[in-house]
Design a protein around this ligand. Structure first.
Ligand code: AMP
Length: 431
C-alpha cells in the first residue's frame, strides 16, 4: 500500500479533488487566512513569522510546567539522532513574545499589534476537531494594558468570523483578575475542596496544592460532579476594585460597538501570568469541541520568559475548527477565479509561441496555455473548464500574421487581435 499521512494530520486539497469537502479544501483554508490577514492588517497589525520549533524551556514557561500540553502533548525535535532540547510549538504566543523581546520590538510604535498563522503541534488523542498538526491564526498586542486594547482584540476576532460569514458564534467573556485576587480565590478553593480530597482525581489533588483554579478546568467527570455539588463561587466574585473597573471598561466598549457577548463566570486560566480579561469564541453547531478559539491578557508572560514587565494580550483560533463551523453552516466560498485568458496552439509548431504569449501577459494578469496542440472545439472547452474569460487560438495563419484568434467566452464574440494589443484589450474587457 502507498504511504499515508501521519495520524492526526490533514491534507488540504485543491478544487476538483474527488469528494472535496469544505473542511479539507485548500482554497477554503486560504480564504480563512486571507480574510484574517485583511481584517487584522486593516486594524494595524503587522505580520510576523517565528520558528515552528522552539526551546523546550520556552514552551514550558509559555504554557505552564504542569499543564497537559507540557506533560503529555509536546513533540520533541530530534535531529542527527540527537535530542536537541527543542519542541514543536504547541501554540504561538510564547514564540511571538520571545521574538518581541529578543529583537527589540519594544522600539516600534506602542502598543504593537502583531499577527501570524501557521501550524501548531500537540501529541493529542486524535478525534473530531482534535488534530496533532492543526493551524492557528494568532493576534497579539504588546505594550498596553488599556481596556480599549482588550475590547479591540475581541472586536477583531469577531470581525474575522463575521467576514467569513459565520453567524452561529458566541463570545463568552470573563475576567480572572489580578494576581492578588487569584490568591484570594485559590485560598477559597483550597478551603472548599480540602474536605473532599478523596473524591478528587489524582490530577486535581495535585492541583489543589499548586494551583486550585485549574481543578475547575478538569476533564474528569468526577471532579465536575463535585464542582457542581459544592456550588463553587466563580472567580468573577473575587475581582478586586482595579480588575473590576478594567472589566467594566472592556464591557462598556463592546456594548458601545454592539459586539454581542455573554459574561461567563466559569472562564478560568490556570497560569500565573494571565491577568484580567479572558474569553472564548464558541460555535453552536460543532459539538462538544465547540471552541473556535480563545484569548486573554497575559501581562506577566514577558517577565516569565526573562524579559522586562510588558503587558500583552492575544487570541488564537483554530483554522480547522473554523472550517468545520463554515461547513456546518453550509457556507460557500467566493467563486474560484479562472485565468483571464487561456491560450491554445492549433499545431505543435505554435505551442512554444502560445507559451511565450501567455508568459508575457503574466506580469499584469493570470494567463494559462495548453502544453499540447488542440482543435478549436477542444480549446474552447478547455478554456471554459478552467473558467477563462477569454480563449485565444494560435494557428499557422495567426503565427504568420502576429495575431491571435480571440473568443470572449460569455458572449461568444470572436475577433482577430495583434499580439501587441492583446494585453490592453484583455484588461479593458474583464468578466
Ligand atoms: P488553545 O491554544 O488550546 O487555547 O486553542 C485555541 C484554539 O486552537 C482552539 O479553540 C481550537 O480551535 C484550536 N485547537 C487547539 N488544539 C487543537 C487540536 N488539537 N486540533 C485542532 N484544533 C485545535
Amino acid at each position: 500500500m502507498a504511504l499515508q499521512r501521519p495520524k492526526g494530520t490533514r491534507d488540504h486539497l485543491p478544487d476538483g479533488s474527488p469528494q472535496l469537502k469544505l473542511d479539507v479544501s485548500a482554497r477554503a483554508f486560504k480564504h480563512v487566512t486571507d480574510t484574517a490577514a485583511r481584517v487584522l492588517e486593516r486594524g494595524g497589525a503587522a505580520f510576523i513569522a517565528t520558528p515552528l520549533f522552539e526551546e523546550a524551556e520556552l514552551v514550558k514557561r509559555g504554557v505552564g510546567g504542569s499543564t497537559d500540553i507540557v506533560r503529555k502533548e509536546m513533540f520533541m525535535v530530534y535531529y542527527f539522532g540527537d535530542h536537541g532540547g527543542y519542541v514543536l510549538r504547541p501554540e504561538g504566543t510564547a514564540g511571538l513574545v520571545r521574538a518581541y523581546l529578543e529583537n527589540g520590538l519594544k522600539q516600534l510604535p506602542s502598543p504593537l499589534k502583531l499577527w501570524t498563522h501557521g501550524p501548531m503541534f500537540r501529541a493529542e488523542n486524535v478525534q473530531k476537531g482534535r488534530l496533532r498538526q492543526f493551524h492557528q491564526v494568532d493576534y497579539e498586542v504588546l505594550g498596553s494594558a488599556d481596556a480599549l486594547v482588550d475590547a479591540e482584540a475581541i472586536w477583531l476576532m469577531v470581525q474575522v468570523v463575521r467576514e467569513l460569514g459565520l453567524t452561529g458564534v458566541q463570545v463568552r467573556l470573563g475576567s480572572i483578575g489580578d494576581p492578588q485576587d487569584r490568591d484570594t480565590y485559590n485560598a477559597y478553593l483550597r478551603e472548599l475542596f480540602t474536605p473532599h480530597l478523596e473524591r478528587l482525581s489524582d490530577d486535581s489533588r495535585d492541583r489543589l496544592e499548586r494551583n486550585p483554579m485549574r481543578i475547575l478546568d478538569s476533564k474528569s467527570a468526577g471532579d465536575q460532579t463535585l464542582i457542581a455539588e459544592l456550588s463553587v463561587k466563580p472567580m468573577l466574585d473575587f475581582l478586586g476594585a482595579e480588575a473590576r473597573t478594567h472589566f467594566e471598561a472592556v464591557r462598556g466598549h463592546l456594548d458601545s460597538w454592539k459586539v454581542a457577548y455573554e459574561v461567563d463566570p466559569s472562564i478560568v486560566r490556570g497560569l500565573d501570568y494571565y491577568r484580567r480579561t479572558a474569553w472564548e469564541l464558541h460555535h453552536a453547531h460543532i459539538g462538544a469541541k465547540s471552541a473556535l478559539g480563545g484569548g486573554g491578557r497575559y501581562d506577566g508572560l514577558a517577565k516569565e520568559l526573562g524579559g522586562p514587565e510588558t503587558p500583552g494580550i492575544g487570541w488564537a483560533f483554530g483554522t480547522e475548527r473554523i472550517l468545520l463551523a463554515m461547513e456546518q453552516e453550509g457556507l460557500s466560498l467566493p467563486a474560484a477565479e479562472g485565468p483571464l485568458v487561456y491560450i491554445a496552439a492549433l499545431d505543435a509548431g505554435q505551442v512554444p509561441l502560445a507559451a511565450r504569449v501567455a508568459l508575457g501577459l503574466r506580469s499584469v494578469m493570470r494567463a494559462d496555455f495548453g502544453y499540447k496542440p488542440q482543435k478549436p472545439g477542444n480549446a474552447f472547452r478547455e478554456g471554459e473548464r478552467r473558467g477563462a474569460v477569454f480563449t485565444a487560438l494560435i494557428g499557422s495563419d495567426e503565427a504568420a500574421a502576429g495575431t491571435v484568434a480571440l473568443k470572449h467566452m460569455a458572449s461568444g464574440e470572436q475577433l482577430s487581435v495583434p499580439v501587441g494589443e492583446l494585453s490592453a484589450l484583455l484588461l479593458a474587457r474583464p468578466s
